[in-house]
Design a protein. Structure first.
Length: 277
């Protein structure tokens, strides 16, 4: 598995590349705009050139910003408008994959239907693969189990360009105690039966500060949370996922990115050469 981080774009894409290389990332994930604002972004020629330098060095995934709620695109028009704007930015930058959270809605069936429609609208306008991320299931957030993920997938027209991002912390927090080998196997078996393991396009490698089944979305440092190292060693050594990227979204605290990368590298198969910072 190729290991990397979600990295900041706050100081420009050249700085993003510098930070990713310093950490020894083999894959990176970024926001394509300010994730806490509805304001749209206009990419300059300098932005495009700098991103070209970044993407020439390593694969880059985009993550949808915090505000658009795909499960309520029939409510606030900003939800769909924001999604389509970020998909357009991805296309202009040459980013082929956009990770999205399904969103939140009390009527879960309607929420899944709206999320599928939102993904269809992206595919209608932009050549971007959308990766639906599983969630911890806090409150009315949808995407907490394979059944809900499958419901959204079935509602999407262009299934070829619809994949899934499996977040390990969210999976644990949603109720799968993946510390137990049999539970992890059970999840993969259900996913294979329902959707197919080939539909997994990315992993988010996060430990959890919250307990299994808590439905609280609390990422933590690798091996220092409730999940622990045994699971992560099993995952990153699974040959079925060797071609995929694993992106850490652990809290930015001091030198913990360096620590998390060192820990994750220590779990990889010893005969596989890795990049070094």
């Amino acid at each position: 598995m190729k290991i990397g981080f979600h990295v900041s774009i706050a100081k420009g894409f050249d700085d993003t590349l510098k930070g990713a290389k310093a950490l020894g990332c083999e894959v990176a994930q970024v926001f394509v705009k300010n994730p806490r604002s509805w304001e749209q972004r206009v990419l300059s020629d300098a932005d495009l050139a700098a991103f070209g330098r970044l993407s020439a060095e390593l694969p880059v995934f985009a993550h949808l910003s915090y505000l658009p709620n795909l499960a309520k695109i029939d409510g606030d028009e900003r939800n769909l408008k924001g999604l389509l704007h970020e998909a357009a930015l991805c296309e202009k930058l040459g980013i082929g994959s956009l990770v999205v959270h399904p969103g939140s809605r009390p009527d879960r069936l309607s929420g899944a239907r709206m999320t599928a429609e939102a993904i269809d609208r992206v595919h209608d306008r932009h050549d971007v693969t959308v990766l639906i991320e599983n969630t911890a299931g806090q409150g009315n957030v949808i995407g907490r189990d394979v059944e809900e993920l499958a419901r959204m997938y079935e509602g999407v027209s262009n299934k070829e360009k619809t994949l899934f991002c499996i977040d390990t912390a969210h999976l644990f927090e949603s109720g799968w105690d993946i510390r137990k080998k049999g539970v992890w196997k059970g999840f993969l078996d259900e996913f294979e039966r329902t959707l197919g393991l080939d539909r997994i396009g990315l992993f988010h490698l996060n430990d959890s500060k919250a307990a299994a089944g808590s439905h609280a979305d609390r990422h933590w440092h690798i091996g220092q949370g409730e999940i622990g190292l045994t699971f992560f060693r099993m995952l990153v050594r699974d040959k079925r996922f060797a071609h995929l990227g694993g992106v850490m979204e652990t809290p930015k605290m001091g030198n913990m990115d360096e620590v998390n990368m060192e820990v994750m590298r220590s779990l990889l198969p010893p005969l596989v050469p890795r990049s070094s910072s």
